[in-house]
Design a protein around this ligand. Structure first.
Ligand code: PFF
Length: 466
Protein backbone atom coordinates (compact mmCIF):
# COMPACT_ATOMS: atom_id res chain seq x y z
CA UNK A 1 0.00 0.00 0.00
CA UNK A 2 1.42 3.39 -0.84
CA UNK A 3 1.17 6.40 1.48
CA UNK A 4 -1.93 7.80 -0.29
CA UNK A 5 -3.87 4.58 -0.14
CA UNK A 6 -3.08 4.32 3.56
CA UNK A 7 -4.34 7.85 4.34
CA UNK A 8 -7.33 7.48 2.05
CA UNK A 9 -8.56 9.85 -0.65
CA UNK A 10 -11.75 11.12 -2.24
CA UNK A 11 -12.77 9.20 -5.37
CA UNK A 12 -13.00 12.40 -7.38
CA UNK A 13 -14.08 16.02 -7.50
CA UNK A 14 -17.78 15.44 -6.80
CA UNK A 15 -17.09 13.39 -3.69
CA UNK A 16 -14.74 16.06 -2.40
CA UNK A 17 -17.07 18.96 -3.16
CA UNK A 18 -20.04 17.28 -1.49
CA UNK A 19 -18.00 16.32 1.57
CA UNK A 20 -16.56 19.83 1.92
CA UNK A 21 -19.98 21.37 1.32
CA UNK A 22 -21.35 18.95 3.91
CA UNK A 23 -18.85 20.34 6.36
CA UNK A 24 -19.61 23.93 5.46
CA UNK A 25 -23.36 23.47 5.63
CA UNK A 26 -23.95 23.15 9.34
CA UNK A 27 -25.82 24.64 12.24
CA UNK A 28 -24.31 28.04 11.46
CA UNK A 29 -26.23 28.17 8.18
CA UNK A 30 -29.48 27.35 9.89
CA UNK A 31 -29.48 29.03 13.25
CA UNK A 32 -27.39 32.12 12.62
CA UNK A 33 -27.49 33.16 8.97
CA UNK A 34 -31.28 33.81 8.80
CA UNK A 35 -31.22 35.68 12.11
CA UNK A 36 -28.31 37.89 11.03
CA UNK A 37 -30.00 38.62 7.72
CA UNK A 38 -33.23 39.68 9.45
CA UNK A 39 -31.30 41.77 11.97
CA UNK A 40 -29.06 43.47 9.44
CA UNK A 41 -31.40 44.89 6.85
CA UNK A 42 -32.28 41.77 4.83
CA UNK A 43 -30.93 42.12 1.31
CA UNK A 44 -28.21 44.47 2.52
CA UNK A 45 -26.70 41.71 4.63
CA UNK A 46 -27.01 39.22 1.76
CA UNK A 47 -25.19 41.60 -0.53
CA UNK A 48 -22.33 42.21 1.90
CA UNK A 49 -22.11 38.49 2.60
CA UNK A 50 -21.82 37.59 -1.09
CA UNK A 51 -19.13 40.22 -1.71
CA UNK A 52 -17.14 38.90 1.25
CA UNK A 53 -17.61 35.29 0.12
CA UNK A 54 -16.11 36.10 -3.27
CA UNK A 55 -13.08 37.86 -1.79
CA UNK A 56 -12.26 37.15 1.86
CA UNK A 57 -13.93 33.71 1.98
CA UNK A 58 -12.44 32.70 -1.34
CA UNK A 59 -8.90 33.52 -0.16
CA UNK A 60 -9.16 31.65 3.14
CA UNK A 61 -10.85 28.57 1.75
CA UNK A 62 -8.46 28.33 -1.20
CA UNK A 63 -5.47 28.64 1.11
CA UNK A 64 -6.48 25.84 3.44
CA UNK A 65 -7.50 23.37 0.75
CA UNK A 66 -4.26 24.01 -1.15
CA UNK A 67 -2.16 23.59 2.01
CA UNK A 68 -3.78 20.20 2.56
CA UNK A 69 -3.30 18.98 -0.97
CA UNK A 70 0.22 20.34 -1.27
CA UNK A 71 1.51 18.80 1.96
CA UNK A 72 -0.65 15.68 1.91
CA UNK A 73 -0.91 16.04 5.68
CA UNK A 74 -3.56 16.63 8.31
CA UNK A 75 -3.53 20.04 10.05
CA UNK A 76 -1.24 19.07 12.92
CA UNK A 77 1.73 18.37 10.63
CA UNK A 78 0.82 20.32 7.48
CA UNK A 79 2.07 23.74 8.59
CA UNK A 80 5.40 22.38 9.80
CA UNK A 81 5.87 20.78 6.39
CA UNK A 82 5.47 24.17 4.74
CA UNK A 83 8.00 25.73 7.10
CA UNK A 84 9.50 23.90 10.05
CA UNK A 85 9.46 27.01 12.27
CA UNK A 86 5.68 27.18 11.88
CA UNK A 87 4.84 23.73 13.30
CA UNK A 88 3.14 25.46 16.24
CA UNK A 89 0.38 26.61 13.91
CA UNK A 90 -0.53 22.97 13.38
CA UNK A 91 -1.11 22.74 17.09
CA UNK A 92 -3.46 25.72 17.04
CA UNK A 93 -5.52 24.38 14.20
CA UNK A 94 -5.78 20.95 15.82
CA UNK A 95 -6.80 22.24 19.23
CA UNK A 96 -9.77 24.04 17.66
CA UNK A 97 -11.51 20.87 16.38
CA UNK A 98 -10.72 19.07 19.65
CA UNK A 99 -12.68 21.77 21.49
CA UNK A 100 -15.51 21.99 18.95
CA UNK A 101 -16.20 18.29 18.34
CA UNK A 102 -17.58 17.46 21.81
CA UNK A 103 -20.02 20.34 22.09
CA UNK A 104 -21.17 20.07 18.49
CA UNK A 105 -21.98 16.41 19.20
CA UNK A 106 -23.84 17.38 22.37
CA UNK A 107 -26.00 19.67 20.22
CA UNK A 108 -26.25 16.84 17.66
CA UNK A 109 -27.75 14.76 20.47
CA UNK A 110 -30.32 17.47 21.21
CA UNK A 111 -31.34 17.41 17.54
CA UNK A 112 -31.84 13.64 17.60
CA UNK A 113 -33.98 14.07 20.71
CA UNK A 114 -36.13 16.72 19.02
CA UNK A 115 -36.64 14.67 15.91
CA UNK A 116 -37.89 11.81 18.04
CA UNK A 117 -40.00 14.23 20.07
CA UNK A 118 -41.80 15.36 16.91
CA UNK A 119 -42.20 11.75 15.77
CA UNK A 120 -43.82 10.81 19.09
CA UNK A 121 -45.63 14.13 19.41
CA UNK A 122 -44.43 14.22 23.01
CA UNK A 123 -44.04 17.97 23.05
CA UNK A 124 -47.79 18.45 22.87
CA UNK A 125 -49.23 20.09 25.94
CA UNK A 126 -45.89 21.48 27.10
CA UNK A 127 -44.39 24.90 26.50
CA UNK A 128 -41.40 24.77 24.16
CA UNK A 129 -39.27 26.72 26.67
CA UNK A 130 -40.14 24.37 29.51
CA UNK A 131 -39.55 21.32 27.35
CA UNK A 132 -36.09 22.45 26.30
CA UNK A 133 -35.07 23.55 29.80
CA UNK A 134 -36.33 20.30 31.26
CA UNK A 135 -34.42 18.26 28.72
CA UNK A 136 -31.00 19.90 28.89
CA UNK A 137 -30.97 20.08 32.67
CA UNK A 138 -31.76 16.39 33.00
CA UNK A 139 -28.64 14.57 34.22
CA UNK A 140 -29.18 11.53 31.98
CA UNK A 141 -30.99 12.10 28.69
CA UNK A 142 -28.69 14.64 27.04
CA UNK A 143 -25.79 12.29 27.72
CA UNK A 144 -27.61 9.34 26.16
CA UNK A 145 -28.39 11.27 22.97
CA UNK A 146 -24.89 12.77 22.84
CA UNK A 147 -23.34 9.29 23.03
CA UNK A 148 -25.63 7.97 20.27
CA UNK A 149 -24.73 10.88 18.02
CA UNK A 150 -21.00 10.69 18.76
CA UNK A 151 -20.84 6.94 18.09
CA UNK A 152 -22.58 7.36 14.78
CA UNK A 153 -20.08 10.03 13.72
CA UNK A 154 -17.20 7.85 14.88
CA UNK A 155 -18.51 4.94 12.84
CA UNK A 156 -18.53 7.03 9.67
CA UNK A 157 -14.99 8.30 10.27
CA UNK A 158 -13.80 4.80 11.20
CA UNK A 159 -14.95 3.55 7.78
CA UNK A 160 -12.65 6.01 6.04
CA UNK A 161 -12.67 8.86 3.58
CA UNK A 162 -14.15 6.99 0.69
CA UNK A 163 -16.61 4.49 2.10
CA UNK A 164 -17.43 6.58 5.16
CA UNK A 165 -17.32 10.34 4.68
CA UNK A 166 -17.74 10.57 0.93
CA UNK A 167 -20.53 8.03 0.74
CA UNK A 168 -22.43 9.65 3.60
CA UNK A 169 -22.18 13.13 2.06
CA UNK A 170 -23.34 11.98 -1.36
CA UNK A 171 -26.45 10.52 0.21
CA UNK A 172 -27.28 13.19 2.81
CA UNK A 173 -26.53 16.42 0.96
CA UNK A 174 -29.02 16.00 -1.90
CA UNK A 175 -31.74 14.93 0.57
CA UNK A 176 -30.94 17.96 2.71
CA UNK A 177 -31.40 20.32 -0.23
CA UNK A 178 -34.69 18.71 -1.25
CA UNK A 179 -36.02 18.94 2.32
CA UNK A 180 -34.99 22.58 2.54
CA UNK A 181 -36.66 23.51 -0.73
CA UNK A 182 -39.81 21.66 0.34
CA UNK A 183 -40.02 23.36 3.74
CA UNK A 184 -39.04 26.72 2.20
CA UNK A 185 -41.88 26.59 -0.34
CA UNK A 186 -44.30 25.47 2.38
CA UNK A 187 -43.25 28.39 4.58
CA UNK A 188 -44.06 30.92 1.85
CA UNK A 189 -47.68 29.79 1.72
CA UNK A 190 -48.30 30.14 5.44
CA UNK A 191 -50.51 32.78 6.94
CA UNK A 192 -51.74 33.40 10.44
CA UNK A 193 -54.10 35.84 12.14
CA UNK A 194 -53.27 37.28 15.55
CA UNK A 195 -56.19 39.36 16.78
CA UNK A 196 -56.77 41.78 13.91
CA UNK A 197 -53.42 41.30 12.14
CA UNK A 198 -52.88 38.74 9.44
CA UNK A 199 -49.27 37.99 8.51
CA UNK A 200 -48.34 36.08 5.38
CA UNK A 201 -45.23 34.20 4.37
CA UNK A 202 -44.70 36.66 1.54
CA UNK A 203 -44.48 39.57 4.03
CA UNK A 204 -41.74 37.60 5.78
CA UNK A 205 -39.99 37.01 2.48
CA UNK A 206 -39.89 40.76 1.87
CA UNK A 207 -38.18 41.35 5.23
CA UNK A 208 -35.59 38.80 4.21
CA UNK A 209 -34.85 39.81 0.64
CA UNK A 210 -35.48 43.51 0.23
CA UNK A 211 -32.47 45.59 1.31
CA UNK A 212 -33.41 47.91 4.14
CA UNK A 213 -31.26 51.04 4.28
CA UNK A 214 -33.52 52.80 6.76
CA UNK A 215 -31.58 54.48 9.55
CA UNK A 216 -28.32 53.15 8.15
CA UNK A 217 -25.40 54.82 9.88
CA UNK A 218 -21.69 54.14 9.52
CA UNK A 219 -21.71 52.24 12.79
CA UNK A 220 -24.61 50.09 11.65
CA UNK A 221 -22.85 49.34 8.40
CA UNK A 222 -19.78 48.26 10.35
CA UNK A 223 -21.94 45.91 12.40
CA UNK A 224 -23.38 44.44 9.19
CA UNK A 225 -19.87 43.90 7.82
CA UNK A 226 -18.58 42.29 11.02
CA UNK A 227 -21.62 40.08 11.36
CA UNK A 228 -21.31 38.96 7.75
CA UNK A 229 -17.58 38.35 8.10
CA UNK A 230 -17.87 36.39 11.34
CA UNK A 231 -20.68 34.31 9.88
CA UNK A 232 -18.85 33.62 6.63
CA UNK A 233 -15.67 32.71 8.43
CA UNK A 234 -17.48 30.11 10.53
CA UNK A 235 -19.69 28.96 7.70
CA UNK A 236 -16.99 27.90 5.28
CA UNK A 237 -15.36 25.80 8.02
CA UNK A 238 -11.95 27.49 7.88
CA UNK A 239 -9.45 27.73 10.75
CA UNK A 240 -10.73 24.45 12.20
CA UNK A 241 -8.25 22.19 10.46
CA UNK A 242 -11.09 20.68 8.44
CA UNK A 243 -10.32 22.05 5.00
CA UNK A 244 -6.63 21.21 5.37
CA UNK A 245 -7.56 17.62 6.24
CA UNK A 246 -10.08 17.33 3.39
CA UNK A 247 -7.65 19.05 1.03
CA UNK A 248 -5.08 16.35 1.80
CA UNK A 249 -7.46 13.74 0.37
CA UNK A 250 -8.10 15.57 -2.92
CA UNK A 251 -6.72 13.82 -6.00
CA UNK A 252 -3.96 15.75 -7.79
CA UNK A 253 -6.02 15.90 -10.99
CA UNK A 254 -8.91 17.79 -9.34
CA UNK A 255 -9.43 21.40 -10.42
CA UNK A 256 -9.17 23.19 -7.08
CA UNK A 257 -10.50 26.55 -8.20
CA UNK A 258 -13.70 25.06 -9.56
CA UNK A 259 -14.11 23.06 -6.38
CA UNK A 260 -13.65 26.11 -4.13
CA UNK A 261 -16.28 27.99 -6.16
CA UNK A 262 -18.72 25.11 -5.97
CA UNK A 263 -18.26 24.69 -2.21
CA UNK A 264 -18.86 28.39 -1.62
CA UNK A 265 -21.90 28.46 -3.88
CA UNK A 266 -23.35 25.38 -2.19
CA UNK A 267 -22.81 26.81 1.28
CA UNK A 268 -24.25 30.22 0.41
CA UNK A 269 -27.28 28.83 -1.42
CA UNK A 270 -28.08 26.57 1.53
CA UNK A 271 -27.72 29.47 3.97
CA UNK A 272 -30.12 31.49 1.83
CA UNK A 273 -32.55 28.60 1.64
CA UNK A 274 -32.40 28.36 5.41
CA UNK A 275 -33.46 31.99 5.58
CA UNK A 276 -36.29 31.30 3.16
CA UNK A 277 -37.41 28.47 5.35
CA UNK A 278 -37.09 30.15 8.72
CA UNK A 279 -37.81 33.87 8.33
CA UNK A 280 -41.26 33.70 6.73
CA UNK A 281 -42.37 30.90 9.07
CA UNK A 282 -41.22 32.60 12.24
CA UNK A 283 -42.56 35.95 11.06
CA UNK A 284 -46.00 34.53 10.28
CA UNK A 285 -46.42 32.91 13.69
CA UNK A 286 -44.45 35.22 15.97
CA UNK A 287 -44.20 38.53 14.16
CA UNK A 288 -41.13 40.71 14.03
CA UNK A 289 -40.17 39.85 17.64
CA UNK A 290 -39.76 36.17 16.81
CA UNK A 291 -36.96 37.10 14.42
CA UNK A 292 -34.69 38.11 17.28
CA UNK A 293 -34.00 34.50 18.30
CA UNK A 294 -30.85 32.74 17.12
CA UNK A 295 -28.78 29.73 18.05
CA UNK A 296 -30.23 27.06 20.30
CA UNK A 297 -33.19 29.22 21.31
CA UNK A 298 -34.24 29.55 17.66
CA UNK A 299 -33.82 25.86 16.95
CA UNK A 300 -35.12 24.33 20.15
CA UNK A 301 -37.66 26.88 21.34
CA UNK A 302 -38.90 29.23 18.58
CA UNK A 303 -39.17 26.67 15.80
CA UNK A 304 -40.97 24.08 17.96
CA UNK A 305 -43.43 26.81 19.02
CA UNK A 306 -44.07 27.58 15.37
CA UNK A 307 -44.60 23.93 14.49
CA UNK A 308 -46.99 23.52 17.41
CA UNK A 309 -48.93 26.59 16.28
CA UNK A 310 -49.35 25.12 12.78
CA UNK A 311 -51.75 22.48 14.02
CA UNK A 312 -51.89 18.97 12.52
CA UNK A 313 -49.31 19.44 9.78
CA UNK A 314 -46.88 20.97 12.28
CA UNK A 315 -45.56 17.70 13.56
CA UNK A 316 -44.83 16.49 10.04
CA UNK A 317 -43.00 19.72 9.19
CA UNK A 318 -41.21 19.45 12.54
CA UNK A 319 -39.94 15.97 11.70
CA UNK A 320 -38.77 17.07 8.23
CA UNK A 321 -37.12 20.16 9.70
CA UNK A 322 -35.19 18.34 12.40
CA UNK A 323 -34.20 15.59 9.97
CA UNK A 324 -32.73 18.28 7.73
CA UNK A 325 -30.94 19.92 10.67
CA UNK A 326 -29.67 16.51 11.75
CA UNK A 327 -28.14 15.86 8.33
CA UNK A 328 -26.43 19.26 8.40
CA UNK A 329 -25.03 18.56 11.87
CA UNK A 330 -23.87 15.04 10.98
CA UNK A 331 -21.82 16.00 7.94
CA UNK A 332 -20.20 18.90 9.84
CA UNK A 333 -19.40 16.77 12.88
CA UNK A 334 -17.88 14.08 10.69
CA UNK A 335 -15.59 16.67 9.14
CA UNK A 336 -14.46 18.03 12.46
CA UNK A 337 -13.70 14.58 13.81
CA UNK A 338 -11.82 13.80 10.61
CA UNK A 339 -9.61 16.86 11.13
CA UNK A 340 -8.41 15.40 14.42
CA UNK A 341 -8.20 11.81 13.18
CA UNK A 342 -6.13 12.89 10.16
CA UNK A 343 -3.80 14.81 12.49
CA UNK A 344 -3.31 11.84 14.80
CA UNK A 345 -2.76 9.44 11.89
CA UNK A 346 -0.08 11.65 10.36
CA UNK A 347 1.65 12.76 13.53
CA UNK A 348 1.61 9.58 15.58
CA UNK A 349 1.54 7.14 12.66
CA UNK A 350 -1.65 5.59 14.03
CA UNK A 351 -4.06 3.58 11.93
CA UNK A 352 -7.35 5.31 11.14
CA UNK A 353 -9.15 2.84 13.36
CA UNK A 354 -6.95 3.47 16.36
CA UNK A 355 -6.99 7.25 15.86
CA UNK A 356 -10.80 7.20 15.65
CA UNK A 357 -11.08 5.29 18.93
CA UNK A 358 -8.69 7.68 20.71
CA UNK A 359 -10.50 10.76 19.40
CA UNK A 360 -13.89 9.32 20.35
CA UNK A 361 -12.72 8.72 23.92
CA UNK A 362 -11.42 12.31 24.19
CA UNK A 363 -14.69 13.69 22.77
CA UNK A 364 -16.68 11.49 25.12
CA UNK A 365 -14.92 12.85 28.20
CA UNK A 366 -15.15 16.49 27.08
CA UNK A 367 -18.76 16.02 25.97
CA UNK A 368 -19.72 14.70 29.41
CA UNK A 369 -18.21 17.83 30.91
CA UNK A 370 -20.29 19.95 28.51
CA UNK A 371 -23.52 18.07 29.37
CA UNK A 372 -22.80 18.37 33.10
CA UNK A 373 -22.55 22.14 32.69
CA UNK A 374 -26.35 22.25 32.47
CA UNK A 375 -27.01 19.89 35.36
CA UNK A 376 -24.38 18.65 37.85
CA UNK A 377 -22.41 21.84 38.17
CA UNK A 378 -24.57 24.51 36.61
CA UNK A 379 -23.01 27.95 36.82
CA UNK A 380 -23.17 31.23 34.94
CA UNK A 381 -20.05 33.02 33.86
CA UNK A 382 -19.91 36.40 32.17
CA UNK A 383 -17.55 36.34 29.20
CA UNK A 384 -15.42 39.32 28.10
CA UNK A 385 -17.92 40.01 25.30
CA UNK A 386 -20.70 40.39 27.86
CA UNK A 387 -22.59 37.17 27.23
CA UNK A 388 -23.56 34.78 30.00
CA UNK A 389 -22.00 31.37 29.52
CA UNK A 390 -22.22 27.76 30.57
CA UNK A 391 -19.54 25.17 29.72
CA UNK A 392 -20.74 24.82 26.13
CA UNK A 393 -20.56 28.57 25.55
CA UNK A 394 -17.10 28.74 27.08
CA UNK A 395 -15.86 26.06 24.66
CA UNK A 396 -17.57 27.94 21.84
CA UNK A 397 -16.03 31.26 22.86
CA UNK A 398 -12.48 29.92 23.14
CA UNK A 399 -12.62 28.10 19.82
CA UNK A 400 -14.75 30.36 17.62
CA UNK A 401 -14.09 33.76 19.00
CA UNK A 402 -10.46 33.48 20.02
CA UNK A 403 -8.50 30.58 18.56
CA UNK A 404 -10.06 30.48 15.11
CA UNK A 405 -9.37 34.09 14.15
CA UNK A 406 -5.84 33.76 15.57
CA UNK A 407 -5.25 30.59 13.53
CA UNK A 408 -6.51 32.30 10.38
CA UNK A 409 -4.39 35.42 10.98
CA UNK A 410 -1.28 33.30 11.44
CA UNK A 411 -2.12 31.26 8.34
CA UNK A 412 -2.35 34.48 6.31
CA UNK A 413 1.02 35.65 7.65
CA UNK A 414 2.63 32.29 6.90
CA UNK A 415 1.25 32.15 3.36
CA UNK A 416 1.37 35.87 2.57
CA UNK A 417 4.83 36.64 3.93
CA UNK A 418 6.80 33.47 4.61
CA UNK A 419 6.13 30.82 1.97
CA UNK A 420 4.53 33.47 -0.33
CA UNK A 421 1.13 33.31 -2.10
CA UNK A 422 2.72 31.89 -5.25
CA UNK A 423 3.20 28.57 -3.43
CA UNK A 424 -0.58 28.29 -3.07
CA UNK A 425 -1.24 29.54 -6.60
CA UNK A 426 1.16 26.89 -7.92
CA UNK A 427 -0.95 24.21 -6.27
CA UNK A 428 -4.03 25.64 -7.99
CA UNK A 429 -2.37 25.63 -11.38
CA UNK A 430 -0.50 22.32 -11.05
CA UNK A 431 -2.33 20.78 -14.03
CA UNK A 432 -2.08 23.91 -16.14
CA UNK A 433 -5.37 25.37 -14.83
CA UNK A 434 -5.92 29.12 -14.93
CA UNK A 435 -6.13 31.18 -11.73
CA UNK A 436 -7.80 34.40 -12.86
CA UNK A 437 -8.23 35.89 -9.39
CA UNK A 438 -4.44 35.89 -8.79
CA UNK A 439 -4.09 39.59 -7.92
CA UNK A 440 -7.14 39.50 -5.71
CA UNK A 441 -5.84 36.43 -3.92
CA UNK A 442 -2.44 37.96 -3.22
CA UNK A 443 -3.83 41.24 -1.90
CA UNK A 444 -6.36 39.40 0.22
CA UNK A 445 -4.01 36.95 1.84
CA UNK A 446 -1.19 39.42 2.44
CA UNK A 447 -3.08 42.51 3.57
CA UNK A 448 -6.85 42.62 3.61
CA UNK A 449 -7.75 39.29 5.24
CA UNK A 450 -5.29 39.48 8.16
CA UNK A 451 -6.27 43.07 8.95
CA UNK A 452 -9.97 42.23 8.78
CA UNK A 453 -9.36 39.20 10.97
CA UNK A 454 -7.61 41.25 13.65
CA UNK A 455 -10.70 43.48 13.85
CA UNK A 456 -12.95 40.45 13.86
CA UNK A 457 -10.95 38.93 16.70
CA UNK A 458 -11.23 42.08 18.80
CA UNK A 459 -14.90 42.54 18.02
CA UNK A 460 -15.78 38.94 18.82
CA UNK A 461 -13.71 38.89 21.99
CA UNK A 462 -14.92 42.17 23.46
CA UNK A 463 -17.97 43.15 21.42
CA UNK A 464 -16.84 46.78 21.28
CA UNK A 465 -19.18 47.84 18.47
CA UNK A 466 -22.59 47.23 19.97
N1 PFF B 1 -19.67 25.46 8.70
C1 PFF B 1 -20.09 24.84 9.88
C2 PFF B 1 -21.41 25.41 10.35
O1 PFF B 1 -21.88 26.35 9.73
O2 PFF B 1 -21.98 24.93 11.31
C3 PFF B 1 -19.00 25.04 10.85
C4 PFF B 1 -18.68 23.84 11.61
C5 PFF B 1 -18.91 23.83 12.92
C6 PFF B 1 -18.18 22.73 10.98
C7 PFF B 1 -18.66 22.74 13.63
C8 PFF B 1 -17.92 21.62 11.72
C9 PFF B 1 -18.19 21.64 13.03
F1 PFF B 1 -18.00 20.57 13.74
Amino acid sequence: MNENQKRGSFSGTLGFVLAAAGSAVGLGNIWRFPYLAAKNGGGLFLLVYIILALTFGFALLSTEIAIGRKTNQGPLTAYGKLNSKWSFLGLFSSVVPIIILPYYCVIGGWIVKYMIAFLNEDMLGTTADGYFGGFITSPVFPIVFFVIFLFFIALVVYKGVNSGIERLSTILMPILVVLMIGIGVFSLFQNHTDGSVTRTGLDGLKIYLIPNFEGLTFKKLLTVIFDAMGQLFFSISVAMGIMVAYGSYVPKKTNLLKSVNQIEIFDTVVAMLAGLMIIPTVFVFQGQEGLSAAGPSLLFVSMPKVFNAMGGIGSLIGIAFFLMVLFAAITSSVSIMEAIVASFMDKFKMTRQKATVVVTVIALVLGLIVCGGYSFYYFELTLPNGSIAQVLDIFDYISNYVLMPITAILTCILVGWVIKPQAIIDEFTANGEKFPRRGLYIVMVKFVAPVMLVFLLLQQMFNFIK
